[in-house]
Design a protein around this ligand. Structure first.
Ligand code: GDP
Length: 479
């Protein structure tokens, strides 16, 4: 049912004037008492980063605070659970993901080429289960940091021949913070050194007491390598899912989250989307973060082309105008014009937020400026061919600390260096680092005009060395 501008403002904790201004900018004149249709409500929610999920509006900053909007349970149907596997390095996350995937290729899929798209779906006793195939909690944390809630259940893998390690504890913390149910998988039970009791006791010390000891955490004992216990683990997931009763409405325009995105030399921007509500169709207009476009082609994790995909499906799409970021929320619209408008306002807003002081900075005069005490922070924009490298470069650069001067990465994304990067660099006095990406001629020209330094590298430590040298005033002159 419809809401007025005032009512919506209350629900999402914004001023009515902000909504009126936003809609005005999109060419829609309203007053505080105007009634908004569903589509406009969704559009406003998207603008303010409020996710409309399961017919419930969830504020990005506070997922706990859920407010019902036209909750109509009769529209919701069962959907597959979405699982993330976490745990300490070498405890067997990748092996488990591989074993599950190999063991559950259904007949029709047999022989199909599996593709890494960042998530996959298997069929267990006729029920589908979706796995996010990016082990480690960096991806999970990055998504959560952006407010995305993508996982229904976390499996924490602990090696029985090792024990609870720092990343095991981190995984526990992340799962707790996200408020999602946990299944503990005690792994490597095939090994002679395996000591299951020790793992159960250490996990209990960390607040996860096994059911068989009177606690309420489900423990499964597996060998990811041999396959022992994996069917039981999958069945446990099904039982838990039935209890949790995950639902969505397949009969509406799709919305969800970006799992992975990259720039493909031949195909352009490619994004893996997890559809969390609604159904996505080939040809739909979509806004993905600040990108937009049409779903030109949609494939599953076997590379098979799909005409449509429902809730909890991971799909890879092409057709976007730029590369989005993992954790970005996407939404399908019935008109491309609307999608474009929303993407543009979001982009302008993002640039405005990122913008600060002006005047160009080059690595050459960096040391002098540091010495003169003119700067305490060096702004950097990182662009790379894949999001993973962008994150890695960002992390390495931000660790540099020379004479108290730090590197502040104001943007790190996958994709070519664009005019928007130059504009942001110019606005915030930043240096641009490109990894396995190059600016085209017009972007280079723009950079020259604005006096922006673009540094191109394909080895991370070389870039770090160069930055450190520049900060110490030892940058080798370029002839
Ligand atoms: P990840 O870092 O958590 O993804 O761990 P991997 O899946 O890469 O596994 C690390 C190592 O442990 C690899 O050499 C695996 O073959 C081995 N491994 C994983 N699961 C098992 C298991 O159940 N039993 C045994 N014996 N080795 C395992």
């Amino acid at each position: 049912s419809a809401l007025t501008v005032g009512e919506l403002a209350d629900k999402i904790g914004r001023n009515a004037s902000e909504i009126i201004k936003l809609l005005f900018m999109m060419g829609n004149m309203v007053t505080i008492n105007s009634t908004l249709d569903d589509e406009t409500i969704e559009l406003v929610c998207m603008e303010f980063n409020v996710e409309v999920h399961k017919e419930i509006i969830i504020e990005e900053s506070d997922f706990e605070e859920q407010m019902d909007v036209e909750e109509d349970a009769s529209l919701l149907t069962e959907r597959p659970p979405v699982i993330t596997i976490m745990g300490h390095v070498d405890h067997g996350k990748t092996t488990l993901l591989d074993t599950i995937r190999k063991a559950h290729v259904t007949e029709g899929e047999f022989g199909g080429i599996t593709q890494h798209i960042g998530a996959y779906q298997v069929s267990v006793k006729g029920k589908k289960v979706t796995f996010l195939d990016t082990p480690g909690h960096e991806a999970f944390t990055a998504m959560r940091a952006r407010g995305a809630k993508v996982t229904d259940v976390v499996i924490i893998v602990v090696a029985a021949d090792d024990g609870v390690m720092p990343q095991t504890k981190e995984a526990i913390d992340h799962a707790k913070a996200a408020g999602v149910p946990v299944i503990v998988a005690v792994n490597k039970i095939d090994k002679a050194e395996a000591n299951i009791d020790r793992i159960m006791s250490e996990m209990s010390d960390n607040g996860l007491m096994p059911e068989e000891w009177g606690g309420n955490t489900i423990f499964t004992k597996i060998s990811a390598k041999v396959g022992t216990g994996v069917p039981e683990l999958l069945e446990t997931i099904l039982v838990l899912s039935e209890v949790e009763d995950f639902r969505a409405n397949p009969n509406k325009m799709a919305s969800g989250t970006v799992i992975e995105a990259k720039l493909d030399k031949g195909r352009g921007p490619v994004a893996t989307l997890l559809i969390q509500n609604g159904t996505l169709h080939a040809g739909d207009a979509v806004v993905v973060g600040t990108s937009f476009g049409r779903v030109r082609k949609m494939v599953d994790d076997h590379g098979r082309e799909l005409k449509q995909a429902g809730p909890s499906s991971p799909v890879e799409i092409i057709g976007l105008n730029s590369v989005p970021v993992a954790g970005d929320i996407f939404k399908a619209f019935d008109s491309e014009k609307k999608a474009r408008q929303i993407a543009e306002t979001r982009l302008n807003k993002r640039i405005e937020q990122e913008r600060s002081v002006s005047s160009a900075l080059t690595l050459d005069d960096l040391a002098r400026q540091i010495e003169e005490g003119d700067i305490q922070e060096i702004n950097v924009i990182v662009k790379a061919d894949v999001q993973g490298s962008a994150e890695a470069v960002k992390a390495s650069l931000e660790r540099i600390d020379i004479a108290g001067v730090k590197v502040n990465v104001i943007r790190s994304t996958a994709g070519a260096i664009t005019e928007s990067d130059i504009m942001l660099a110019s606005a915030s006095n930043a240096v641009i680092y490109g990894f396995n990406v190059r600016p085209n001629a017009s972007v280079r020209k723009k950079a020259e005009e604005e006096g922006i330094d673009i540094r191109l590298h394909n080895i991370i430590y070389k870039a770090i060395e160069e930055m450190e040298a520049a900060m110490k005033g030892m940058l080798a002159p370029v002839y």
